[in-house]
Design a protein around this ligand. Structure first.
Ligand code: C5P
Length: 243
């Protein structure tokens, strides 16, 4: 069984390699993967992948959330496939063809995850973006629709909120990976810009395979201690699940 710290994905949401290196150094032994997103990748490029790899055994999640015509997505994912990262993301967006292109470009060298509906998005946002009422009144139906597209296209899994994980696992099987952002431990005050949040314990209970936890760790006085606190919370759920 995966250890509790290996559930934790820490996003390196910083703007310089120097700042990233500080968190990599602090957290390499406390988290399972580091997530590299747009901000850091635009600044540092693929060099940051080498920096993370040379620091320890934590895996890498390259979260560039591709969304473009299929050929562009396939070719970009082809470049990602050569970097030796565990996961990379593509928006589920409008067409299955884009998802299929991402999977083809990944060529089984990287787990392609479809981003269903961002956890910062509310029902009101969905309604004002022009989606039909069925989706704004029940956002999980849109998440399910997009997860189905990702599954059919051959994605390794999806990124979804902790509220939808159970439904995703029931519908698409336990091997279809669910990565959950929008995690807020009970001890953290405020939600920042996240809307559909859950605690680490609730996410793991619902079946999440990985939890993206940024600001509650990054902004803690002692980030390694905060990661340990999250891992302990996950541990107690894993112990209960084993009973
Ligand atoms: O825990 P925190 O809110 O700080 O996490 C922010 C991170 O989660 C960012 O890196 C953001 O890209 C990521 N995220 C995501 N998918 C979402 C929402 C946030 O990957 N649906």
């Amino acid at each position: 069984m995966k250890s509790s710290q290996n559930y934790i994905i820490f996003p390196l949401d910083v703007s310089t390699v120097k700042e990233a290196a500080r968190y990599i150094d602090l957290l390499s032994d406390s988290v399972g993967l580091f997530k590299v997103g747009l901000e850091l990748f635009v600044e540092a490029g693929p060099e940051i992948i080498r920096v993370i790899k040379s620091a320890g055994s934590a895996g890498i999640f390259l979260d560039l959330k591709f969304h473009d015509i299929p050929m562009t997505v396939e070719r970009a994912m082809g470049r990602v496939a050569g970097l030796g990262v565990k996961f990379a993301t593509v928006h589920c967006g409008e067409t299955s063809r884009m998802l299929e292109a991402a999977v083809a470009g990944g060529a089984s060298a990287v787990g392609v995850l479809g981003v269903t509906v961002l956890t910062s998005i509310s029902r009101k946002d969905i309604a004002s973006a022009g989606f039909k009422e069925a989706y704004s009144s029940d956002m999980s139906s849109l998440v399910r629709k997009r997860a189905e597209m990702a599954k059919t296209a051959g994605c390794a899994g999806v990124v979804c909120s902790g509220h939808e994980v159970k439904m995703i696992k029931e519908a698409f099987g336990k091997d279809f990976c669910a990565v959950t952002p929008g995690i807020r431990p009970a001890w953290q005050a405020g939600n920042d810009d996240q809307r559909r949040i859950v605690t680490p314990a609730a996410a793991v209970k619902n079946g999440s395979d990985y939890l993206v936890i940024g600001r509650p760790i990054r902004d803690a006085k002692d980030p390694a201690a905060a990661a340990k606190r999250v891992a302990d919370e996950i541990d107690s759920v894993l112990t209960d699940l084993k009973k």
